[in-house]
Design a protein around this ligand. Structure first.
Ligand SMILES: NC(=O)C1=CN([C@@H]2O[C@H](COP(=O)(O)OP(=O)(O)OC[C@H]3O[C@@H](n4cnc5c(N)ncnc54)[C@H](OP(=O)(O)O)[C@@H]3O)[C@@H](O)[C@H]2O)C=CC1
Ligand SMILES: CC1=C(/C=C/C(C)=C/C=C/C(C)=C/C=O)C(C)(C)CCC1
Length: 318
């Protein structure tokens, strides 16, 4: 389908990565994509409409889709000509931070339902068509937390690990049907996600946690949260650019990390089969905070300077 117009369905386009990606693909100079930009709440469509400009109604259409609602997914897919989706970008998701003692099972279930079962619901509806056609690319916005946990992100990391385990299994079957499957793994990205998660963290009722845990969350995690996003964070447009390159790549990889500043952390996982190395390093970064944290921020600055050269995924398919 290299020279054919590709139908692209993206979830979670009211803000952040989904919005940036929808707009970037709709503005493709070679007009290779017809974008179905979806969101659960159409009352939030204005920023996307504004960013899409005159592409609206041409290379970009806005549709309602709630990944937690099977009927809404079905209605949306049925409204697409021939139900043909060449590229599915599963992007809708939400964060959750804090000590588990202070989170309800209900809140945790909402995260799993959105980040993990949201993807499962989409694929139950869309995968059979792709298999029948023996063509399609499934692109999932996962996270570095799909391969490595971070302090106070226990349930969010679990939801992204679930996504990765699910996709690793499915990728083998996908290969048999000539389908492509790619996990995009961003580090911190400055979007509504960051703002929502931080605000929820700031107003969290910490009374169910012991003093040491509550202080750890407030004085270490929340205190440094903004600085981490500032020094390490990417823009939604940057992640969108990586995602488009993956979509256009001749042989798209199964996993793609978008943030070269973050790769030293994830690499630690593969450097030690016992799994202790990344945990020890994260421990030192967090709890020998004064010395290590400033050292690691300097290290990040050095990496940022070193990583000016742009990434290269080889020859695009056209
Ligand atoms: N920001 C970050 O640091 C990182 C984010 N990611 C991942 O990137 C993806 C996009 O997040 P990002 O752009 O940062 O954050 P945003 O909060 O800006 O965007 C999330 C989008 O998902 C939508 N959404 C939430 N629940 C549902 C649902 N049930 N059905 C449909 N849409 C829903 C939101 O809609 P609404 O406006 O209605 O809430 C919004 O459009 C997520 O999967 C996230 O886990 C990965 C790595 C890092
Ligand atoms: C770098 C770093 C930290 C935080 C990393 C963060 C906050 C990453 C956020 C990633 C996100 C939001 C991914 C979304 O999917 C710690 C743990 C404080 C320890 C010191 C090093």
């Amino acid at each position: 389908i290299a020279d054919q117009l590709r139908n692209v369905l993206i979830t979670g386009c009211s803000s952040g990565i989904g919005l940036a990606l929808a707009v970037k693909m709709a503005k493709d100079e070679q007009k290779r994509f017809k974008v179905f930009a979806t969101m659960r709440n159409l009352a939030k469509k204005e920023p996307l409409e504004e960013a899409a400009g005159h592409r609206l109604g041409k290379t970009l259409e806005i549709k309602q889709l709630d990944v937690c609602d099977e009927q809404s997914i079905k209605t949306c897919v049925n409204s697409i000509p021939d139900r043909r989706i060449d590229v599915l970008v599963s992007n809708a998701g939400m964060g959750l931070i804090g000590p588990i003692e202070c989170q309800s099972i209900e809140e945790m279930k909402t995260v799993m339902d959105t980040n993990f079962f949201g993807l499962v619901r989409l694929l139950k509806e869309i995968l059979p068509d792709m298999k029948r056609r023996k063509s399609g690319h499934i692109v999932i916005i996962s996270s570095v937390m799909g391969i490595q946990g971070i302090l106070f992100n226990d349930v969010y990391a679990a939801s992204k690990f679930a996504v990765e385990g699910f996709c690793e299994s499915l990728a083998i079957q996908a290969l048999k049907f000539k389908l492509q499957l790619s996990l995009i793994e961003p580090g911190p990205v400055v979007t509504e996600f960051e703002r929502k998660v931080f605000e929820d963290g700031m107003k969290m009722d910490l009374s169910a946690a012991d003093k040491e845990t509550a202080e750890m969350f407030t004085n270490i995690y929340l205190k440094n949260y903004k600085q981490i996003f500032q020094s390490l964070g990417q823009s939604a447009e940057d992640v969108a650019e990586h995602t488009v390159k993956i979509i256009l790549a001749e042989n798209p990889p199964f996993r793609h990390q978008t943030n070269t500043l973050y790769t030293p952390m994830t690499t630690l996982k593969y450097a030690d089969p016992n799994g202790d190395l990344p945990i020890d390093i994260f421990y030192k970064m967090v709890f020998q905070h004064d010395k290590i944290f400033s050292a690691s921020l300097n290290f990040i600055k050095l990496l940022r300077w070193r990583s000016r050269k742009s990434f290269d995924l080889g020859k695009p398919s056209q």
